[in-house]
Design a protein around this ligand. Sequence first.
Ligand code: FEO
Length: 387
Amino acid sequence: MAVVLKDNVYWVGAIDWNIREFHGYETKNGSSYNSYIIMDEKVVLIDTVKKYMFDEFYNRIKKVVDPEKIDYIVVNHVEMDHSGSLEKIIEISKATIITNAKAKEHLELHYDTKDWEYLLVDTGDSLNIGSRNLTFVKTPMLHWPDNMVTYCPEDKILFSNDAFGQHIASSERFDFEIDYAIESAKEYFANILLPYRTLIPNAVKTVDTLELDLICPSHGIIWKEDISKIKEKYLEFASNNISEKAVIVYDTMYKSTEKIGLSIAEGLMDSNIEVKIFKISETPISKIITEILDAKYVLVGSPTLNINLYPEVARFLKYMEGLKPNKKIAAAFGSYGWAESATKHIKNTFDILSFDTVEDECLTCRFVPDEEHLEKCHEFGKKLAKM
Ligand code: FEO
């Protein structure tokens, strides 16, 4: 059923319980695509859902209004998780799309739009829909160049699209109904918005000027009781603040690389550094990136395989490279047989990310590290903790 948010404002989205992959982000908790309906003199639909979820979405709309009566559809963002059901709902409703010029350009590159009608808006533009007004603010690169948000001052609701979202599939719709909303928002931030973090302080400043009862993102739960907290957390996620934490990430062929990583970890732990260790092939990379967000140290280990990286490590490094975490103290480690190559590839990624790479002889090892070698790794961990 549709969920009432305020008088004549409804959630009519779709819950994707089983999605486990979202352009590389491993969504262990599924996701939702949130769409909203405002019933006023004009009927306004805000965003849609993925194409394959159309039926669920359509049935929810029908609980509120005959879909043919929709006058406007606000497209806050063109990515297909929000626009995938546009073609069908426009065909039924003949509604006018409210969006910005960049989004119109993107829509035309996704769909056959020749019969679509548009009302183009820019930052600060408002539209009266009866007893309410909708105001639009462009938020480019949060998450695509076409993004914007929609604010309704009468209801004090911000429809924020990807911003403040979380990949959660749940029967609950509000922050106070679950205890993992902030943690999920952090993971979402680390895996979706991290490359654009410098834009966050200004975005939060703009949100701070609004009177808010609800922030309604297009994924996950709606912020009601924790609006101040999520704004604060966004500033924290986007900051360069780091904690005394080391994230050790590796994969291993015959456990030699693992032994090196675990020995370094012992040295760090002996020096009271918090350590998180992840074997990449056993861990969602989205979880690893979330831990890296505020870590001071990042250590990546790989055996050399065919004069190259272990495949899982290569996958992780490319993912991290795209997300551009802030500066870290970094080290590459791994074992090899006759031609060491893996750590060179790892260090190349560190250079691209402007990490400060620490070198030490103990970080590479031919075949199997002996006790003496592992003791040097232990000492290296202690040395690293002093940096
Ligand atoms: Fe949820 Fe950028 O789409």
